[in-house]
Design a protein around this ligand. Structure first.
Ligand SMILES: Cc1ncc(COP(=O)(O)O)c(C=O)c1O
Length: 398
């Protein structure tokens, strides 16, 4: 078939493939422990659901302005001011169908064919594909576990070419769990300003930071970097609203105008009811958010301690989001009942078959010595899953 070469080269999500295999095993009655979750295991707070019901009853069922209803954009401006010290006008805000859609619009708005986008690796697997969909070229810059997987200014400088157009910063980070501190962001911002690079700053895990750390938006570090930054955020993770599909972006007015034009011809406005629910989420109390983050924190500590007690496995203490990158390099090359562990994919596959535990192979994020475990899973299941991982590793030979 004469399909689009560009679109045909985009790979499907590997994380979803592992998830599908685990779900199939579950549906066949197997007791699978899934560490693949990319979403909170909590329900959307009830006052948010009530706001959606009210919006339905009030008949808010028609098209809205493409970039979102005025009240929601005002609430987003207020959120940026309160939480991030950022001043935006409503004309600098666009609401989309999830943060993923905001990212899609952002790359469509800024990239010309062949433009390079620097992506620190390990990376969230949609960035390279979103860049390619906009005819850009992803350029990966390796980070090191010893540096908590954070991009170093020297490595960033080395990766810049005359074609570099933008840089992706994701803090708190999926999959690594690292959180950039002010001075680290300042150093990156200086390089971005010096080279006039756009910064796509994905801040969807903003609410999930631990150990007293504070989330900093790179856009808040001065007027020049603010003009170059497209801040992406959303309600999915913070308010356990992944299915509602509301994300948003803030940027220079010229960028937002182009993003809105792109959106006007693809999806028009995001779902009207979900916009009213998001308005309630952003303006309401944060009791459930706090309870959820406290629970994640407990699970994080338990998971990290357990992993580091298993001979052959190790991990760093993540400072944000809800993922742990488990280092499996010491068991690569060993065998499980005659099956050689070649890398993260064969580790994940053998673990699922042998112990019915689903993890995400790091190769999906450009890190084959690691697998990602999500702690958006109950503590009981975390305990059960880690018992099984321990049993699996003890049985490896070689
Ligand atoms: C780093 C990162 N950015 C963006 C998203 C997308 O979020 P949304 O549900 O708002 O599209 C995810 C979801 O997994 C993510 O991990």
């Amino acid at each position: 078939m004469r399909l689009s070469v560009k679109s045909s080269s985009i790979s499907g999500s590997l994380t979803l493939a592992i998830d599908a295999k685990a779900k199939k095993m579950k549906s066949e009655g197997m007791d699978v422990v899934g560490f693949g979750a990319g979403e909170p295991d909590f329900d959307t707070p009830s006052f948010i659901k009530e706001a959606a019901k009210e919006a339905l009853d009030r008949g808010m069922t028609r098209y809205t302005p493409v970039a979102g209803i005025a009240e929601l954009k005002e609430a987003i401006c207020h959120k940026f001011k309160e939480d991030n010290g950022l001043d935006y006008k409503p004309s600098q805000i666009i609401v989309s169908n999830g943060a993923k859609h905001s990212l899609y619009n952002a790359f469509q708005a800024i990239l010309n064919p062949g433009d390079e986008v620097i992506i620190p690796s390990p990376y969230w697997l949609s960035y390279p594909e979103l860049v390619r969909l906009a005819d850009g070229v992803p350029v990966f810059v390796e980070t090191r576990e010893e540096d908590d997987f954070k991009l170093k200014p020297e490595s960033l400088k080395k990766a810049i070419t005359p074609k570099t157009k933008a840089l992706v910063i994701n803090s708190p980070n999926n999959p690594c769990g690292c959180v950039y501190e002010r001075a680290e962001l300042q150093a990156i911002a200086e390089i971005a300003v010096e080279n006039q690079l756009f910064v796509v700053s994905d801040e969807v895990y903003e609410a999930m930071v631990y150990d007293g750390l504070q989330h900093i938006s790179i856009a808040s570090l001065g007027p020049e970097i603010k003009d170059l930054t497209i801040v992406v955020n959303g309600v999915s993770k913070t308010y356990a609203m992944t299915g509602w599909r509301i994300g948003y972006a803030a940027a220079h007015e010229d960028v937002v105008k182009v993003m809105s034009n792109v959106q006007s011809h693809t999806t028009s406005n995001p779902n009207s009811i979900a916009q009213y629910a998001s308005l309630a989420a952003l303006t309401g109390h944060k009791d459930e958010v706090k309870a959820m983050v406290d629970e994640f924190d407990k699970r994080r500590k338990y998971m990290v301690e357990r992993i580091n007690s298993i001979p052959g496995l190790s991990c760093r203490m993540p400072k944000g989001a809800f993922y742990v990158m488990m280092n499996i390099s010491q068991v690569i090359g060993k065998t499980y009942k005659g099956r050689r562990i070649e890398g993260s994919l064969s580790f994940a596959d053998a673990l699922l078959d042998a112990q019915m535990v689903a993890v995400v192979p790091g190769v999906a994020f450009g890190a084959d010595n690691f697998v990602r475990l999500s702690y958006a899973v109950s503590l009981d299941n975390i305990k059960k899953g880690l018992d099984r991982i321990e049993a699996f590793v003890r049985e490896l030979e070689g």
